[in-house]
Design a protein. Sequence first.
Length: 146
Amino acid sequence: MTNQVEILYIEDNPSDIELTMHAFKKNHLANDILIARDGEEALELLYGSERDGDGELSNSPRVILLDLKLPKVDGLEVLRKVKSDERTKTIPVVVLTSSREERDIIESYRLGVNSYIVKPVDFEKFMEAAKALGMYWLLINQPPSH
């Protein structure tokens, strides 16, 4: 990752990636987004090869958008790692998933998620949700300085 990364978007569905990126570009929020297509790739981008060490990270995103249903390492495990590591636990994590399962919602909040959003099926609603998400987390929310 470079120091300019604002959003780490962890999503394996190409259609959802395309829709979200389209919404961000349309609303001038698409700068500096890094996409990880599975949980293993996301952890590699965040921590490099030393996932369990306590070395310094070269940088971190301003917000992580996280799908729960991911190949290799699932979203809950990514969330568990991010929120249990002192170096990354203050990064806001927004679950953006199709799962309405109560156990996923409860477990996400138990692990420290900042927001849980169920992806709208309707194209226009999806675009509006992506716009609102980007506006809030990139322009309105005030994160701690690292």
